[in-house]
Design a protein around this ligand. Structure first.
Ligand SMILES: Nc1ncnc2c1ncn2[C@@H]1O[C@H](COP(=O)(O)OP(=O)(O)OP(=O)(O)O)[C@@H](O)[C@H]1O
Ligand SMILES: Nc1nc2c(ncn2[C@@H]2O[C@H](COP(=O)(O)O)[C@@H](O)[C@H]2O)c(=O)[nH]1
Length: 190
């Protein structure tokens, strides 16, 4: 059986994980990005089955109860989780499986898959992070304040990750992330 790699892409909300992962999948043909389940309400423009699988709290709890999630966490008062079955299928198929998840989830994945590669995406500074969150325009002032508090906690764990990438110049950060993923993929192929 072929075996792929599992990559966890974590870091504070607004650091640019989604932006980087969207660029990564254009450059790494066997990259596959897991779709998370969340109880968060969709933002304007977000589509169920495209950006997230949006679920009720009851549906989410059923997934937890039947061990359907590889990891899950509560973030900003909502639950987020990674469906287990599709991730396992894509690893077995030999894909480079990408999870874009928070830091709590990242460490749960490491417990279950010690071979997972943990990548921490860092903003150039807290001021830049806040400006990006404000610029994105998806969160209320109160939610931004909560996300900034969480960011401080998440940043305090960055040294526990396998690699840290500062997302300042976007093209440079994409190059570093694509380079890391390709390097790990080569190791398993070789
Ligand atoms: N290198 C960069 N330079 C300037 N702006 C950036 C850069 N990377 C991302 N951004 C912008 O910052 C904002 C946050 O990026 P993004 O949504 O990708 O963050 P995220 O880490 O995925 O957040 P979340 O965890 O909330 O999903 C977006 O408006 C994005 O366009
Ligand atoms: N532990 C998990 N965290 C996840 C998952 N999917 C997304 N996330 C993280 O949640 C926060 C907030 O996301 P947002 O879409 O509301 O901005 C962010 O850090 C995401 O990376 C998941 O399946 N598990």
């Amino acid at each position: 059986m072929r075996h792929g790699n599992l990559f966890v892409i974590s870091g504070p909300s607004g650091a640019g994980k989604g932006t980087l992962v969207a660029r990564l999948v254009r450059e790494v043909p066997d990259a596959w990005v897991s779709m998370s389940v969340t109880t968060r309400a969709p933002r304007e423009g977000e589509v169920d089955g495209v950006h997230y699988r949006f679920a009720s709290s009851e549906e989410f709890q059923q997934l937890v109860a039947c061990d359907g999630l590889l990891e899950w966490a509560t973030y900003g008062g909502n639950c987020y989780g990674t469906p287990r079955a599709t991730v396992e299928e894509h690893i077995a198929r030999g894909d480079q499986v990408i999870l874009e998840i928070d830091v709590q989830g990242g460490f749960q994945v490491r417990e279950k898959f010690p071979a997972a590669h943990l990548v921490f995406i860092e903003p150039p500074s807290l001021d830049v992070l806040e400006a990006r969150l404000r610029g994105r325009g998806t969160e209320s002032d109160e939610a931004i304040a909560t996300r900034m508090e969480t960011a401080r906690v998440e940043l305090s764990r960055k040294m526990e990750y396998d690699i840290r990438l500062v997302n300042d110049d976007l093209d440079e950060a994409v190059r570093a992330l694509v380079g890391y993923v390709n390097e790990q993929a080569e190791k398993i192929r070789g």
